[in-house]
Design a protein around this ligand. Structure first.
Ligand SMILES: Cc1cc2nc3c(=O)[nH]c(=O)nc-3n(C[C@H](O)[C@H](O)[C@H](O)COP(=O)(O)OP(=O)(O)OC[C@H]3O[C@@H](n4cnc5c(N)ncnc54)[C@H](O)[C@@H]3O)c2cc1C
Length: 497
């Protein structure tokens, strides 16, 4: 075991990289996400070459050029103070455009594993994000292991590797409140159950409300929370300042506070499900893209991939914001739309911020990770629908202005990394679950907008039970794709951004 440091900022040792290689992660993007190397102060400038050389010297057979391709560079070019970003200007009326592009596995074709996918499986899950992998693990726990998960890129390529890790029970509908409460319980025992530290921290969520409309919304939902056993309290601005003393309360009319909400680190959470499912016999095929389906007699018979076809009984579509693209290959229209959401992280600070704080009126949110970074984002009402994963200066400026207005002490803190991911937005902000009308062996598990991470443990648990036992569950009736044709909406309005 070598304690030689390859990434001094994040204390990533040679033996940790060896461990990633042993698990089969031999490309730079996957090793980055498995070990966290390259995410610290030097922005990867010091460690990228060291890790590439280590892979070159250690991996057998020798890594290909594609495996050694540097990971996607994250703006800003240099660590830059939030106050400097806040001083820049932007036109609030102009829709954000492309920005610095983020490759989603530019190298994915070159990284395709040799050999075909398994010729058949009982269940094929499309999408190796949190939804697909949590479902695979839950099914395997119930003894159903004849499963193949197909992932087009590396694990964590989609929204699951790009989110803020916030997990809250403060929702506006009973279903989401109960699902989130169950998920948070499962996250709390994740380390015990799945043997991996997900850096779960129950610091609470503090929602600030600046308009009468938002005050009415948090008051209404707090009543619902209390009815369902969630201890949300409505606080005055002074009460909110007692929770986070440095906050500026200008314009704040009230706040909603639930100390039981939490944050986790998304990367190990996904690894936990992936490895536990694989240990039970689930096959996870990365760098493998679904390109079509074979169907007859009103059923899907085969999933066609760029590494061969898989005959199967059931297909689960869990491709997040890409689900409409994949569904269209089977002739199915989904109403989901991808919307870019940008996010960034700062240099680490000593722990000072307990809760995740969000200003519901503007869509600003920020929390302090267990590593000390301030991680946060802000929705942009002018962001058009579409799959765009670029990073813009407009975002950094809007976010920095809003953040330093709320917490001026952060002005001197430097932004280290900026990225974006796709929200998977449905017309009523609720997921699409259950069977496809007219194609009953295509099951849906998508449409989780900006809250799929915190819903995944509970929804996957229920879906596995529903699939394995065949017993009815109202979740998979109420949230079906068919509801849109019936004009039945299941609206959720406690959405950030
Ligand atoms: C900036 C941001 C912040 C967020 N913050 C939070 C938060 O604080 N809390 C929270 O709970 N949620 C948050 N979310 C939402 C959350 O990340 C998502 O709801 C969740 O990760 C969705 O998981 P998924 O498995 O459905 O999709 P994904 O993680 O996107 O996985 C889908 C996978 O399908 C793969 N795929 C696509 N097409 C194909 C194909 N043809 N063949 C094979 N594979 C394919 C993709 O590569 C992808 O990996 C945030 C999202 C973003 C973007």
């Amino acid at each position: 075991m070598s304690k030689a440091l390859l990434c001094p900022c994040e204390d990533v040792t040679a033996s940790e990289v060896e461990h990633a290689i042993e698990k089969g992660y031999c490309d730079i993007e996957s090793v980055k996400r498995f070990t966290g190397f390259g995410t610290g102060m030097c922005q990867g400038k010091q460690c990228l070459t060291a890790v590439a050389r280590f892979l070159e010297d250690t991996t057998k057979p020798k890594p290909t050029a594609a495996q050694l391709m540097p990971f996607t560079p994250r703006p800003p070019l240099f660590p830059t103070e939030l106050s400097q970003w806040a001083a820049a200007s932007f036109d609030p009326m102009v829709a954000p455009a492309g920005g610095v592009p983020q490759s989603l596995g530019l190298t994915e074709n070159a990284l395709k594993p040799e050999g075909p996918v398994p010729a058949k499986a009982k269940i094929v899950i499309i999408g190796g994000g949190i939804m697909g992998l949590a479902l695979a693990w839950n099914l395997a726990e119930r003894g159903e292991t004849d499963i193949v998960v197909l992932e087009r890129g590396y694990l964590l390529a989609g929204a699951s590797g790009r989110n803020g890790g916030g997990v809250r029970m403060q929702w506006g509908t009973p279903t989401l409140i109960e699902l989130a409460r169950r998920s948070i319980d499962l996250m709390d025992r994740f380390a015990r159950d799945l043997g991996i530290n997900v850096w779960f921290r129950r610091g609470g969520y503090l929602f600030l409300a600046k308009s009468d409309e938002v005050v009415a919304k948090i008051e209404r939902s707090a009543k619902l929370h209390n009815k369902y056993g969630v201890p949300t309290q409505i606080l005055t601005a002074d009460g909110a300042r007692d929770i986070v003393p440095h906050l500026t309360m200008t314009g704040v009319k009230a706040a909603a506070w639930n100390p039981r909400d939490a944050v986790i680190f998304p990367w190990p959470f996904l690894w936990g499900y992936a490895h536990a499912a694989q240990k039970k016999g689930v096959k996870v095929e990365t760098f493998t893209k679904v390109t079509g389906f074979e169907q007859s007699d009103g059923r899907l018979k085969k999933v066609i991939t760029d590494r061969g076809d898989i005959a199967c009984e059931t297909v689960v579509l869990a491709a997040g914001a890409w689900s409409p693209q994949v569904a269209s290959l089977a002739g199915i229209d989904l109403p989901n739309e991808p919307h870019r959401h940008e996010i960034c992280s700062t240099e680490p600070l000593k722990p000072f911020l307990g809760p995740l704080v969000s200003v519901l009126d503007s869509g600003l949110y920020f929390s302090q990770s267990m590593r000390g970074e301030i991680v946060g984002g802000m929705g942009d009402p002018r962001e058009p629908a579409g799959m765009n994963l670029g990073s813009t200066q407009r975002f950094l400026t809007r976010y920095s202005q809003a953040l330093t207005e709320q917490l001026p002490q952060l002005g001197r803190v430097k932004v280290l990394r900026q990225w974006s991911g796709p929200y998977d937005v449905t017309p009523d902000n609720s997921p699409i679950l259950g069977r496809t009308p007219g194609l009953p062996n295509l099951l849906h598990l998508s449409g989780f907008v900006g809250h799929g991470f915190m819903m995944a443990p509970a929804v996957a648990e229920r879906m596995a039970a529903w699939m394995a036992t065949g017993e009815s569950d109202e979740l998979f009736e109420r949230f079906t794709l068919g509801r849109f044709a019936e004009g039945r909406m299941e609206r959720e309005d406690m959405i950030i951004g």
